[in-house]
Design a protein. Structure first.
Length: 118
């Protein structure tokens, strides 16, 4: 078995993601968003390579620092089962929708500010 830390590392405590590879399967445990310092934002632009073998994702709990980069997997074409408790799935869905709404509102506000600045 090989375990690769694909998130929380390098002095960060958020962005949890562990790629676990065995002879039978490759599973990503958590796919979290980095939060906190502005410098952490660059890690959220991480795009999972399309060529990696990925059989499933297991989510430990619904916090954004364990689920926030799940949309990047889908964007990159990884359509795999996501395993979690029913409550975690429900909360993750709510949290990701809320996060998308907040990001869209922030982007609109920044665009208006840039337009006014000319």
């Amino acid at each position: 078995m090989n375990i690769h830390i694909a998130g929380a590392g390098g002095g960060e405590v958020t962005g949890s993601a562990y790629y676990v590879q065995t002879d039978r399967a490759c599973v990503l445990v958590d796919c979290g968003q980095f939060q906190g310092k502005r410098e952490s934002e660059k890690f959220n632009r991480w795009k999972p390579p399309k060529r990696i073998k990925l059989d499933a994702v297991a989510i430990t709990h619904a916090h954004l620092d364990h689920t926030g980069r799940l949309p990047l997997l889908a964007q990159k074409g990884h359509r795999v089962p996501v395993y979690a408790t029913p409550a975690t799935i429900e909360m993750t869905s709510l949290i990701l929708r809320d996060s998308a709404h907040i990001l869209a509102a922030d982007a609109a506000r920044k665009n208006r500010k840039l337009a006014r600045a000319g």
